[in-house]
Design a protein around this ligand. Structure first.
Ligand code: NDP
Length: 298
């Protein structure tokens, strides 16, 4: 058996220098920081499934080869992370309606009986929805929602999902406003939810906060201690539910300020766990133990 590594490469995949049971992976660049293997491996082990979930470092120019090799080597599928969520679409023979609506893929599913099939799916939106339900007792369906950073990969996925499940109204905000103007045009064409695009100016965000109940931060602001707040927190009240997709640090300045103002808050760890659990079901056809996955991340 090949020596176990923290991160495998496409060169390892090419020569078969992987553990025999490695049939699931997370692919991206960088990838060493990914916590997906911890939680998936714990779930596989708890179910007695003799498979291994590995980290695979894949650069953009290697993506096609990596996907073809995984398929040839009998992988069940993989998670896809930065920077490949868009680039991998052209390698899919089929997209689920979720992935199609989001224009991004975070899960590939290989069908080992038909080695041509590469199914692209996206569990980011449904993972966030499950997280909101579990942690905050909040449903996206029927809610008035503001998404910050809706021009980015995660924000766009969450916005498309919120529309798919029938939120009552949707505000999409982004520093680069043109990105959410395009997104709102697509979503307004597609569905009946009223989608409004705004930039990230204080007056725009305050106006949106007055109209919504659920606020989702999908900007990367808050990952570093010196980051500015992603919204004017004076607009937050006890009525608001604030979900920050960031999970490291566990409490961002946004969550701290929102809590001080009486809002209900949660961080992105539950989204990470639920999007992973939903991918797991796609590959294994069985639900993992979410508590086991959570425990593996502690
Ligand atoms: P992207 O790089 O695709 O998007 C980043 C977003 O943040 C863009 O909207 C960008 O705006 C905005 N942004 C970045 N810097 C600034 C700034 N200085 N001021 C205002 N806005 C800024 O990243 P992702 O969508 O993949 O990830 C976004 C966040 O979500 C990250 O914090 C990530 O950790 C988290 N995430 C969490 C997941 C989970 O499971 N919990 C899953 C995926 C992501 P602009 O378009 O103008 O550049």
């Amino acid at each position: 058996m090949a020596e176990r590594k923290n991160v495998y490469t496409v060169a390892d995949l090419r020569v078969g220098a992987l553990p025999n049971r490695a049939k699931l992976a997370v692919i991206g660049a960088p990838i060493a920081h990914s916590r997906s293997p911890q939680m998936h491996q714990a779930a596989l082990d708890a179910l007695g499934v003799e498979l291994e979930y590995i980290r695979l470092f894949v650069e953009s120019e290697e993506l096609g080869e990596a996907v073809a090799l995984m398929r040839e080597r009998g992988f069940r599928g993989c998670n896809v992370t930065i920077p490949h969520k868009l680039g991998v679409i052209e390698l899919c023979s089929e997209l689920t309606p979720e992935a199609e609506a989001m224009g991004a893929v975070n899960t590939l599913i290989f069908n080992n009986e038909n080695d041509e099939a590469v199914r692209g799916h996206n569990t980011d939106g449904s993972g966030l929805e499950a997280a909101l339900r579990e942690e905050l007792g909040t449903e996206l369906a029927g809610a008035r929602v503001l998404i910050l950073g809706a021009g980015g990969g995660a924000g766009k996925a969450v916005a498309a999902h919120a529309q798919l499940v029938g939120c009552a109204s949707l505000w999409v905000s982004n520093r680069t406003k043109s990105k959410v103007e395009e997104l709102a045009a697509v979503l307004n064409e597609r569905g009946s939810t009223c989608v409004q695009a705004i930039g990230n100016e204080t007056h725009e965000l305050l106006a949106a906060l007055a109209e919504v109940d659920v606020v989702i931060n999908a900007t990367s602001l808050g990952m570093k201690p010196e980051d500015a707040l992603p919204l004017p927190v004076e607009g937050l009240t006890q009525r608001h539910v604030v979900y920050d997709a960031i999970y490291s640090p566990p409490e961002t300045a946004l969550l701290r300020a929102a809590k001080e103002r009486g809002a209900k808050v949660a961080n992105g760890l539950s989204m990470l766990i639920h999007q992973g659990a939903l991918s797991f079901v796609c590959w294994l056809g069985t639900k993992p133990d979410v508590a086991v996955m959570r425990g593996a991340l502690d």
